[in-house]
Design a protein around this ligand. Structure first.
Ligand SMILES: Cc1ncc(C[n+]2csc(CCOP(=O)(O)OP(=O)(O)O)c2C)c(N)n1
Ligand SMILES: [Mg+2]
Length: 279
């Protein structure tokens, strides 16, 4: 592992811990009024995007770039800002409370320089496209300052793609030669209250391509890719690729032991697969 990746991994661990603890503390330790049984917050939604956000904020983003953070990743955003010295511990302890860090990133109520308020899903996504178009407009004016062009990044939930306004702005972007925009869809297979419909990505990719977007699919991590290279790895890959979202989520929730048991049960008798799974 390169030194840089090692450092990012270290930061990622701290950020995830802070984000999950923020939610846990709010629900388990903060004194509650008579009626309140739960404060809320979404730890899994933070966990699925922590690697992406760590890489973005600590390695990729430039000062001129702007980011719309998917609503449920608010704890990750604030944890990152805390490590950068832009957020206060007391506000994090008061997550979702009066004066505390907000459930969803807010330009008016949070103190750590949120680029775009999100919360109503879909709106944060769309605004990055329109922000880029406005940036182009300004660049074409004689009164435009000589400033570097920023990249507009949206971190999008997979269920957030249900929102109709996103598709309107795809068309608008196509009309205006949209550029300098990245949308990163966190395909964590889950929504607020359900599992993502099987094969949604197969519907989404051609839609983006039809409007001139370049689609890059990032699916397998380093360890998975290494495992696929081993004898029996092709069978493992095939099984994972065909695994329904519901089962994938359940196994991930239950952890390594459940994963191994299921894999051995289903493909364990196929040559080298048993050895690979047991290793
Ligand atoms: C317009 C609107 N409709 C519904 C909601 C309620 N809501 C909050 S987050 C969310 C979807 C969460 O799923 P996803 O976008 O996949 O994010 P994840 O939690 O998986 O990161 C919904 C429907 C909302 N905030 N705004
Ligand atoms: Mg999701």
């Amino acid at each position: 592992m390169s030194k840089k990746i090692e450092q990012l991994k270290e930061l990622e661990g701290q950020i995830l811990w802070l984000a999950c603890w923020m939610v846990h503390h709010a629900n388990q330790f903060r004194p509650k009024g008579d009626q309140q049984i739960k404060i809320g917050g979404h730890q899994a939604s933070s966990a699925s995007i922590v690697s992406i956000m760590t890489a973005l904020y600590f390695s990729v983003l430039k000062p001129e770039d702007r980011v719309a953070v998917k609503p449920h990743a608010s704890p990750i955003f604030h944890a990152i800002q805390y490590l950068m010295g832009n957020q206060e511990l007391d506000r994090m302890k008061n997550f979702r409370g009066f004066g505390g860090v907000q459930s969803y990133p807010s330009r008016t109520k949070d103190i750590d320089d949120v680029d775009f308020s999100t919360g109503s899903v879909g709106l944060g996504v769309g605004i990055t496209a329109f922000a880029s178009m406005i940036q182009d407009y300004i660049q074409h004016k004689s009164w435009a300052a000589e400033k570097p062009m920023g990249k507009m990044v949206a971190l999008v939930g997979d269920a957030e793609m249900d929102e109709g306004n996103i598709f309107e702005c795809l068309q608008e972007g196509w009309k205006h030669d949209l550029r300098n925009v990245w949308w990163i869809i966190d395909y964590n297979r889950q929504s607020l209250d359900g599992v993502i419909r099987e094969g949604l990505w197969k519907r989404l990719e051609p839609i983006f391509e039809a409007f001139g977007w370049e689609v890059v699919r990032l699916k397998y991590g380093v360890k998975q890719r290494a495992a696929f290279e081993q004898p029996g790895g092709d069978k493992l890959k095939e099984w994972i690729d065909n695994c329904p979202n519901q089962l994938y989520s359940a196994l991930t929730y239950q952890g390594g032991k459940a994963w191994r048991a299921r894999l051995l049960d289903e493909i364990g008798d196929q040559g080298d697969v048993t050895k690979l799974i047991e290793s």
